[in-house]
Design a protein around this ligand. Structure first.
Ligand code: XMP
Length: 520
């Protein structure tokens, strides 16, 4: 039985809001397991899991009157468990229970003030002097209360901003408690899951560790498992978790593409082979990657070449280990959810991501994906719990194609050497100045232009180094990090004084969108 089937949980019905994952993360942070399901996939479902103890209806871009697009499954009401509707969820629950929703002349986007009208167990400790500031994002509003509902709070443009049917434990709120701009938004979620759904905490890193290890043992039995280890957080956590669970039945394959961060291969071998005594095949393919990438400057071709080569090498070495039945991958929960867009819209392909996890189809291996119900921050907590150190667990993300996509234009051994050094100085300075953990991702890139400089009395003609540092929630959007001048000056000096080949350092001040995080 899956670990998740044994736990009491909150079911989040997704109507396509950009914040649905945030609701899930906030609930899990409060120590309760929850799952997200698209409203489309349960439109006609009659039977629901007995472990569901509460339902959250998410916001969404739809209109409750677009009947074709939104068919609310009334069977959810028959379960007689607490329901919390948020934004669109508030409107749809109001409509199906006999209220009215209308398009409003005045929209509310951004911060708004709500005023308490009546006490409720949902809003206990939420208001101060009957007021609170919340984050709104709506055009429609509930204009007639459903039967047996009462109004708990109002805002300027939403007279029925929080409503409840106290007997049935059904609640609707027009604003977004999951968004950090809503003051004390977590209080509402906490009241809902603990006081109203009466759940007790069941989701912590140590619970996950115990349960995931026993689950892996049960699934794998006496079979052998292989795992592509990249040194990144996800594959490192998978490798260590599996090693804790099945010991020597696991073999990891680590490919040194020559495009890794400075000394990364040494760290991986030291940690996993020497310290944790995990079976690790180290493949040094530096020259092979470099020769296949010779004279290739097109970003997509670089990615394809690296991805294909990686798979070939992985297959070659995996075949040497006889009788392998399973392939372990670091798939995360957002990877699963993102594959099912609620509104049916397809995001256009911006870059073909090569994840070392997305591996050989023709090898006929069964998948073990122990992290597939976890968010990244949960994977990090689990990483600490299973004994990985901060160096690995808090490491910034690193793309599968590595330094190849941080070096627009042709790739050469000389450029890789320069870039590794520059990146290392930058990252080391971030750590020395306690900035590393405040930044979601940072790196140095080498631009394919040379510019003139002067050092001592001599003219120089060398490469431009670009530094990028961003803050982000999940890598989907990002903002550049604001350093102070002293820090930037010191990094620039270190790079220029210590590395032959760079005579100019620039800082990338674009956010995502319109840019992406990586250069290619
Ligand atoms: P972009 O450049 O698309 O990057 O804004 C978003 C995040 O994804 C990482 N990234 C990759 N990760 N394989 C990966 O495993 C890839 O091919 C890849 N390309 C980009 C990037 O580092 C950032 O964290």
């Amino acid at each position: 039985m899956r670990l998740e089937d044994t736990l009491n949980k909150i079911l989040i019905v997704d109507f396509g809001s950009q914040f649905t994952q945030l609701i899930a993360r906030k609930i899990r942070e409060l120590g309760i397991y929850c799952e997200i399901i698209s409203h489309k996939s349960i439109e006609k479902r009659k039977n629901f899991d007995k472990n569901i103890k509460g339902i959250v209806l998410s916001g969404g871009p739809l209109n409750v009157y677009e009947n074709k697009k939104v068919k609310f499954n009334n069977n959810l009401l028959k379960l007689e468990i607490p329901i919390l509707g948020i934004c669109f969820g508030h409107q749809i629950i109001s409509k199906v229970m006999g209220g009215k929703v209308k398009s409003s002349k005045f929209r509310e986007f951004g911060l708004a003030e709500v005023t308490e009208i009546k006490k409720s167990k949902l809003t206990k400790n939420f208001f101060s002097n009957k007021k609170n500031n919340v984050w709104m994002s709506h055009a429609d509003q509930v204009t007639k209360l459903p039967k047996n509902f009462s109004v708990i709070a109002k805002s300027n443009n939403s007279k029925m901003c929080i409503i409840q049917n106290n007997k049935k434990n059904i609640f609707g709120i027009q604003f977004h408690p999951e968004v950090s701009h809503t003051n004390k938004g977590k209080v509402i979620l906490r009241n809902f899951i603990f006081s109203i759904c009466k759940l007790t905490k069941n989701w912590s890193a140590s619970d996950q560790k115990k349960k995931l290890i026993s689950e892996v043992k049960e699934v794998v039995g006496n079979s052998k498992v292989i795992c592509a280890l990249s040194g990144g957080v996800d594959s490192s956590v998978v490798a260590k978790l599996l090693s804790n669970a099945i010991g020597k039945k696991l073999t990891c394959i680590f490919v040194n593409t020559g495009l890794l961060r400075k000394d990364e291969e040494k760290q991986v071998v030291n940690t996993f082979k020497k310290r944790f005594k995990i079976n690790l095949i180290y493949v040094n393919a530096e020259n092979l990657f470099l020769s296949k990438l010779k004279n290739i400057s097109d970003p997509e071709r670089k990615r394809k070449i690296i991805g294909n080569l990686f798979i070939k090498i992985f297959e070659k070495y995996a075949k040497k280990i006889k009788k392998v039945k399973f392939l372990a991958q670091g798939t995360l929960y957002p990877d699963l959810i993102e594959s099912k867009s609620v509104t049916g819209s397809q995001t256009s392909k911006i870059k073909s991501h090569h994840n070392v996890g997305g591996l050989p189809k023709k090898m006929n291996l069964k998948l073990v994906e122990p992290l597939k119900y976890l968010f990244k921050d949960e994977v990090r907590k689990l990483g600490f719990e299973i004994g990985l150190n901060k160096e690995i667990v808090s490491r910034h993300p690193f793309p599968g194609p590595g330094l190849a996509i941080r070096m627009p234009g042709n790739i050469s051994k000389e450029k890789i050497k320069i870039l590794k050094e520059a990146d290392n100085y930058f990252i080391k300075s971030l750590k020395d100045n306690n900035l590393y953990d405040k930044i979601w991702q940072a790196y140095a890139a080498l631009l394919p232009v040379k510019t003139v400089g002067v050092m001592g009395d001599n003219r120089t003609y060398e490469y431009v180094c670009l530094l990028r540092a961003i803050t982000s929630e999940d890598g989907m959007t990002a903002d550049f990090f604001q350093f102070n001048k002293t820090f930037m000056q010191s990094v620039s000096n270190q790079i220029i004084n210590n590395i032959r080949g760079i005579n100019r350092v620039v800082y990338d001040i674009t956010s995502k969108p319109p840019s992406t995080i990586e250069l290619e």
